[in-house]
Design a protein around this ligand. Structure first.
Ligand code: NAP
Length: 279
């Protein structure tokens, strides 16, 4: 199958590696000529160009640009595509994108692979990134079954686990487990930096080990992506942040009041609840 990828970065480049290794012919389009050359040299795509017209021959196109560019790039792309082309995107927020693209392109289905690293760009692309990871698809009532089936079979071939939901449900769910953690983790790093004694700060930086590595990872990631999450999932993220602040206040109160029994109960219950998210 001819598969097009628009935006050859971490996600687009990684998709290219896996789909190409399955024998698909991968057509890549990116903004910079140097990225196109690298993607071909690394083996992520068969052909690459800065011209959207390269994607005219693709049967399925994955739009993998930064979030803010998905709709504008799609609007330029459609002039080059036959109506039969199935288009999907990988954006981390879905409602606005699906609302904008669905009326313009019948064969469109929104998607979001729940996989990534803190790095970006074609150099960060890696093989098998999507194996055993959730991959959300957000068809709407007008999405043709054929478009759903084609994208599902490609996603399944990546080794990902497919979930279907409405775009709005997706945005609320990811605000809890993806977008809120970025803001919490960033605040954690910022709070540590507020230490006024330089010797203590330096010692803390030396002592930081696996626990801090885990809890600071997403806050120390791609800042552009973090801003996009906030811009494109603002309502849901604000709702999650308010709840988070409420729980932080409750913990602060318990510690101020030396209420160790209730604090222990709280920590026990979150210890048990964590399993439902990560196991
Ligand atoms: P990324 O590594 O920065 O890749 C995006 C690529 O898009 C850049 O390398 C850039 O390539 C290219 N690009 C920029 N402007 C373009 C344009 N006008 N036309 C064509 N290509 C353009 O970002 P990413 O992490 O792969 O994220 C891409 C999408 O995946 C985002 O929508 C994000 O929401 C979604 N996503 C990200 C993650 C994650 O953890 N990173 C996870 C799931 C989904 P050039 O070098 O050519 O400029």
């Amino acid at each position: 199958m001819n598969i097009g990828i628009l935006g050859l970065g971490l996600i687009g480049g990684s998709l290219g590696f896996d789909l190409r290794s399955q024998g698909h012919h991968i057509l890549g389009v990116s903004r910079r000529e140097s990225t196109c050359e690298k993607a071909v040299a690394l083996g992520s795509v068969d052909q690459a160009s800065v011209e959207l017209s390269l994607l005219a021959a693709a049967e399925v196109v994955f739009i993998c640009t930064p979030l803010a560019l998905i709709v504008p790039q799609f609007e330029q792309l459609i002039a080059h595509l036959p109506v039969t082309t199935v288009v999907t995107d990988v954006g981390s927020a879905k409602a606005e994108i699906v609302k904008a693209i669905s009326p313009l392109w019948n064969n469109f289905i929104g998607g979001h692979p729940m996989a990534g690293t803190t790095d970006s760009g074609i150099e960060a692309a890696q093989r098998h990134l999507f194996v055993d990871k959730p991959y959300v698809l957000t068809p709407v009532t007008t999405t043709p079954t054929t478009a759903i089936t084609v994208v599902e079979s490609i996603v399944r071939s990546l080794g990902a686990n497919i979930y279907h939901c409405q775009p709005e449900q997706h945005d609320y769910a990811v605000s809890w487990i993806s977008h809120l953690p970025v803001m919490v983790s960033s605040s954690l790093i910022a709070a540590c930096l507020s230490e006024t004694d330089p010797d203590v700060l330096q010692l803390a930086q030396k002592l930081a080990s696996s626990g801090f590595r885990d809890t600071s990872r997403v806050g120390g990631g791609n800042s552009e992506l973090g801003v996009m999450m906030a811009r494109y999932n603002r309502q849901a993220l604000l709702r999650s942040l308010q709840q988070y602040r409420h729980h932080l206040d409750e913990l602060t109160n318990l510690i101020e009041q030396k209420n160790w029994a209730v604090l222990e109960e709280r920590l026990k219950s979150t210890h048990e609840a964590r399993r439902d998210f990560v196991e």
